[in-house]
Design a protein around this ligand. Structure first.
Ligand code: IPM
Ligand code: MN
Length: 357
C-alpha cells in the first residue's frame, strides 16, 4: 500500500491496559485503510506480571529500541501485587525521562451526551487544553531521607527547574495556543508564586518575557493553582490553554478529567516534539475490571488520535476525533463509566472503527 510506514511500539501493560490498547490499535488500523498509510506494530510485554515472573521492570535495551520508533502507544501501568512506585517510576517515568518527553498534553473536552458533574455546563463550556511540564520539578526525585525509621527522620523532595526546561515548555504552550486559534487566545500560567517564590517566579518571568517578545497577540494570564481548581468547577469556560509545572499539572488534570466525563474519555500524550512521544489514556489499570470487556476504551482511542496528529497526520486525528464525537452524539453509548456503557469494550471499538473506515 502507498503512504508512509510508521513504526510504533505498544505497551499494553497492566490490568485493563491490554484491552483498551487493542481497541486503540483497531481504530488506527481501520483508519489506515482509508487514509493510505502503514503501521508496523511491535508489542512489549512490560508491567507487573512480567516483573513478578522475571524481576525485570524495563530493561535498558528496551529504551534503546523505543528510541527507534516513531511513537509509543501505552495502555496502563500499575499492579495490585506490586508496591506503588516500582512500576510507575520504573516504566512510565523512566520512559518519559529517557526519551525526554517534556510535554504532557491533556486536552479537556466535554463531548455531547456526556455527563459532567458540573451543573448546567455544556460542551461549549468545557473545551481547554493543559500543557503540563513532564520531565522536571519534584518528579526528578532529588532528595532523600536520613535517620529513616527513627523518631528524628527527615525526608526531602526538591522541586527544581532550570530556565531551559521552563522555556521549552512555555514555548510549546504559546505555539500550541497560536495554532489552536481559539477566540480567547489566552495562555494561563498555573503556579503558586505567592509561596513558591523561587520556582514560581522563574515560571512567571519566562511566561511574561516570552509572551511580550514573541507572542504579542496572545493574552497572558495567571492563576494560583488552588484558585485554578476552584475555577475548573465554577467557570471552566474561562480557559483556553493552560501551562503548568509537573506536579500541579498532574493534580489539576485529574480534576479536569472528571469534569469532561471521567477517566474513560481523558487522553494524554507524553510528547518530545523533536523525538519519540508516547500516548496513553489518563486512567490507570483498573484491575477489578480486567478481562471483563467492560472498560471504556474511548480515552485510549482518543490518545491514538493524538498520536496520529503528532506523527503529522492531522486528517486522521480529526477523523478519529469526529468519530468519537459522532458516536457519543448518537446516544448509543449509555454512560462512559466501566460496566455501564450499554455495550462492551470491543463493541465501542467496533463502532468507532466503522466510523473511521
Ligand atoms: C499520570 C500519573 C503518573 C504521574 C503516575 C502514575 C506516575 O498519575 O500520568 O498523571 O504522576 O505522572
Ligand atoms: Mn496523574
Amino acid at each position: 500500500m502507498a503512504g508512509k510506514t510508521y513504526r510504533i511500539g505498544i505497551i499494553g501493560g497492566d490490568g485493563t491496559g491490554p484491552e483498551v490498547i487493542r481497541e486503540g490499535v483497531k481504530v488506527v488500523e481501520a483508519a489506515k485503510k482509508k487514509f493510505g498509510f502503514n503501521i508496523d506494530w511491535t508489542e512489549y510485554d512490560l508491567g507487573g506480571e512480567r516483573y513478578k515472573r522475571t524481576g525485570e521492570i524495563l530493561p535498558d535495551s528496551a529504551i534503546e529500541e523505543f528510541k527507534k520508533f516513531h511513537s509509543i502507544f501505552l495502555g496502563a501501568i500499575g499492579h495490585p501485587d506490586v508496591k506503588p512506585g516500582i512500576l510507575e517510576v520504573g516504566i512510565l517515568l523512566k520512559t518519559r525521562f529517557a526519551l525526554d518527553q517534556y510535554i504532557n498534553l491533556r486536552p479537556v473536552k466535554l463531548y455531547p451526551n456526556v455527563d459532567t458533574p458540573l451543573k448546567d455546563k455544556q460542551p461549549e463550556d468545557i473545551d481547554f487544553v493543559v500543557v503540563r511540564e513532564n520531565t522536571g520539578g519534584i518528579y526528578t526525585g532529588i532528595g532523600g531521607v536520613t535517620q529513616k525509621g527513627t523518631s528524628l527522620e527527615v525526608a526531602t523532595q526538591v522541586m527544581q527547574y532550570s530556565r531551559p526546561v521552563v522555556e521549552r515548555c512555555v514555548r510549546y504552550a504559546y505555539e500550541y495556543c497560536r495554532k489552536r486559534g481559539s477566540k480567547k487566545k489566552m495562555l494561563t500560567l498555573v503556579h503558586k508564586c505567592n509561596v513558591l517564590t523561587h520556582c514560581g517566579d522563574l515560571w512567571v518571568r519566562v511566561h511574561k518575557e516570552m509572551g511580550d517578545k514573541d507572542y504579542p497577540e496572545i493574552k497572558q494570564d495567571y492563576n494560583h493553582v488552588d484558585a485554578c481548581t476552584m475555577w475548573f468547577v465554577k467557570q471552566p469556560e474561562y480557559y483556553d490553554v493552560i501551562v503548568t509545572e509537573n506536579l500541579f499539572g498532574d493534580i489539576i488534570t485529574d480534576l479536569a478529567a472528571i469534569i469532561q466525563g471521567g477517566l474513560g474519555i481523558a487522553a494524554g500524550g507524553n510528547i518530545n516534539p523533536e523525538g519519540v512521544s508516547m500516548f496513553e489514556p489518563m486512567g490507570g489499570s483498573a484491575p477489578k475490571y480486567t478481562g471483563k470487556n467492560v472498560i471504556n476504551p474511548l480515552a485510549t482511542i482518543a490518545a491514538g488520535g493524538m498520536m496520529m496528529d503528532t506523527l503529522g497526520e492531522p486528517k486522521i486525528a480529526q477523523a478519529i476525533d469526529k468519530a468519537i464525537h459522532d458516536v457519543l452524539a448518537s446516544g448509543q453509548i449509555k454512560s462512559l463509566a466501566a460496566g455501564r456503557m450499554g455495550m462492551g469494550t470491543r463493541e465501542v471499538g467496533d463502532l468507532i472503527a466503522k466510523m473511521v473506515s
